[in-house]
Design a protein around this ligand. Structure first.
Ligand code: RAT
Ligand code: ZN
Length: 426
């Protein structure tokens, strides 16, 4: 079927309805490759978070409740997980309407699982989760969210995670690995201590032999994890190149490693860690970065591929401009504080207008399995909306769009752009 502007109906009223219904349906139907999450298969034990108490104590909601309610954060941390969840429920859902995106997300999850949100009852949800078999539940969630697989965040500097990889790891068709290396690029002294703890004998000064050790470390973990990409999150003051150990590690270890393995390097730039340390995971902030550093990386290393997401809203336009200049740069996602409807809409529109279909519109960043049930439906709806506007604009020129065209475009956005940016033999 071709969708075409009806010559007699310049208002495009009918056509517009057809496009909207068609795009909505296709956007629902095409599975997503969720390229950055913090969820795990069951073999990761307690690292896999799921269920209503985890949903309610998501760090986005902890930050929100601390701002809205009186309890000092140290007291909150002393409560059990369930008590914390009750506290969040009481203050963010009962004493005021839960209109923030993170609150709304919990309700979308509950609705997706068949609960009547109007009952405002946690008991029923707790009972439901306590009766689930986790393997079946994972399938239910992925199927309902129409996500084909999720890429994990795999941190070899985390003792609990290391232990899983060494003793208990069980490959799971819904989960793929990404090797995350933040400590390596934040402070060499700390990193070298952590490497030594794992038997990688790197000294406190970054000599050539220490660089060889770093490379061995990366190879050892990549052999074990088979990561789709290498990833780091960085402070907004990230500079490249500079005369710090970070640049030397990037030049001598990270980039050659990524080239040899034929995988991209993902940079997530703009996080100010622990600006309020008491809040722990909920205590991070945001800052603008200078994109000439990403420009330098892309220009100086054309044989490397860079997946880039930026935390500051103010950096988004510049990132689009850079992506137009460097085919080895792929912008992805609306990260963390940007993952709210008004900003997703703005960024998606801007990216489509500047890059066409050559970007990865979203990742879920789910930390709790069930969050796939809200993050994706919320984003899908916005992406569909922006796409509709763009197809309508096209049709005003006399261009026609077939159902197959739309399907192909959505597949690019939802999986192909990511997968073709990975190694050719994905
Ligand atoms: O979005 C989040 O949950 C953040 O806490 C971070 O995990 C961030 O996404 C990251 O990967 O560093
Ligand atoms: Zn993340």
């Amino acid at each position: 079927m071709k969708l075409k502007l009806d010559a007699e109906n310049k208002t495009m009223h009918n056509t517009s309805n057809v496009i909207r219904t068609t795009v909505d349906t296709i956007v629902e139907e095409i599975p997503i490759a969720d390229m950055h999450t913090h969820i795990y298969p069951p073999s990761f034990g307690s690292l896999l978070l799921w269920g209503i108490d985890e949903l309610l104590t998501y760090h986005y909601l902890i930050a929100e409740v601390m701002q809205a309610a009186p309890l000092p954060v140290e007291t909150l941390w002393k409560l059990t997980r369930r008590e914390q969840a009750d506290y969040v429920w009481e203050h963010l859902f009962v004493r005021r309407s839960p209109i923030s995106e993170a609150c709304r997300g919990v309700l979308t999850c509950m609705q997706s699982l068949g609960f009547d949100a109007a009952k405002r009852n946690l008991k029923e949800a707790r009972l439901y989760f306590s009766e689930q078999n986790i393997d079946e539940y994972i399938e239910t969630v992925f199927r309902k969210a129409n996500v084909s697989y999720a890429v994990m965040t795999n941190d070899p500097f985390d003792g609990a995670e290391r232990n899983v990889w060494k003793t208990n790891y069980d490959e799971h068709p819904r989960f793929k690995a990404a090797l995350r290396i933040d400590p390596l690029l934040s402070n060499w002294e700390t990193a070298s201590n952590l490497l030594r703890e794992q038997g990688f004998e790197a000294g406190p000064s970054l000599t050539d032999s220490a660089l060889t050790v770093v490379r061995r470390f990366l190879d050892a973990w990549a052999d074990r994890m088979n990561p789709l990409y290498l990833a780091v999150s960085l402070h907004p003051n990230f500079r490249y190149p500079d005369d710090t150990p970070r640049t030397r590690i990037i030049d001598s270890c990270i980039l050659p490693f990524a080239q040899d393995r034929d995988i991209p390097f993902a940079l997530m730039i703009g996080v100010k860690k622990l600006i309020n340390p008491g809040l722990k995971l909920a205590g991070d902030g945001v800052g603008k970065t200078d994109l000439s550093n990403v420009e330098n990386l892309c220009l100086q290393h054309p044989a490397n591929r860079f997946l880039v997401t930026l935390l500051s809203r103010e950096n988004q336009h510049e990132l689009c401009v850079l992506a137009r200049k460097f085919p080895n740069l792929m912008p992805f996602g609306c990260w963390w504080f940007l993952n709210v409807p008004s900003i997703i809409e703005e960024i998606t529109r801007e990216r489509m207008e500047m890059l066409g279909l050559s970007f990865i519109p979203q990742h879920s960043d789910a930390r709790v399995l069930d969050q796939l049930l809200y993050k994706w439906p919320h984003s899908r709806r916005i992406i569909a909306n922006v796409l509709c506007d763009k197809y309508e604009d096209l049709m005003r020129t006399g261009w026609t769009v077939s159902v197959e065209d739309i399907r192909r475009d959505v597949m690019r956005l939802f999986s192909k752009n990511f997968e073709s940016f990975l190694s050719a033999d994905f």
